[in-house]
Design a protein around this ligand. Structure first.
Ligand code: SF4
Length: 97
């Protein structure tokens, strides 16, 4: 596990300190929450499902229980909201990595 002080990438999502997902689940799912934090919040937030929703629909539209790796769910929400162009760009960016 990585603590924020051990974060060698130097990256930190600007929403981490107030991210509702981690505030809710930090104690109950500490191991999983830490792994997700290492992979997304302290490494690369461009694939974070929560961030996709937040950026396109606003923070109030992000389901509290949505985890950062639930991109399929995020894509469905964006599709339902008519944001299909966003999904295309996200998918293309991911494929080019
Ligand atoms: S879950 Fe997503 S939005 Fe929340 S802090 Fe992590 S990368 Fe940022």
């Amino acid at each position: 596990m990585t603590t924020e002080s051990e974060n060698v990438t130097g990256f930190k999502c600007p929403h981490l300190d107030k991210c509702p997902f981690f505030h809710k689940h930090q104690d109950t799912m500490s191991v999983l929450a830490q792994k997700l934090k290492d992979a997304h919040c302290l490494h690369d937030n461009t694939h974070c499902a929560r961030l996709w929703i937040r950026q396109q629909l606003g923070k109030d539209a992000v389901p509290l229980q949505m985890m950062p790796h639930q991109q399929d769910w995020a894509e469905q929400i964006l599709r339902d909201a008519g944001k299909t162009e966003t999904i295309y760009h996200r998918t293309t960016a991911a494929q080019l990595r």
